[in-house]
Design a protein around this ligand. Sequence first.
Ligand SMILES: [Zn+2]
Length: 195
Amino acid sequence: MPAAAYPEFRLGSVLATSFTGTLSERHGHPVERIPVPQRLVDWLVVSGLAVDSCTAEQLGLAKELREAVHAAATAAASGEPLPADAVRVINERSAQGRAVAVLTSEGEREWRLSSPSSVEDALGVIAADAIGIIAGERDGRLALCASPTCRAAFFDTSRSRTRRWCEMNTCGNREKKARYLANRRADADHRKDSG
Ligand SMILES: [Zn+2]
């Protein structure tokens, strides 16, 4: 199937939570954005971790890591103890990655994988990114999306640290619209009562 036939990616600026966002609406009607190995290839390419192929087994490792990051980030955002299984998976993926950071002549960081087919190296970078966020090594706050059907863990780097939604364009707007419609209904009821 062409890429357009699959659900679009929701790309955030933080690698680890952008990755957990490849499964969205976890508490509503879940949308799987990497349903086949090729879609993981596509996601890694747009996320700066270009690989040229992916096996079904590698996709399995990726999804296992994704759910581990989601579980650990959710626990961290809620102030709960980290699930041991999730910690183990994140550490395994981190330990098995052999990507190296290189500095480009333009002064940017790039990840160099040990081979173009090493999805494991790419997953190692994602796992390390998750460790940095969950361990509180980065400037920001882990939080859960206020949308009841989403509850995605996201990393709030806003100055006020009061961001409520994983993404303004989707969850934020939906919530605003729901509130607007509820207010309008309340106004209409009010008019009926007073009229
Ligand atoms: Zn959300």
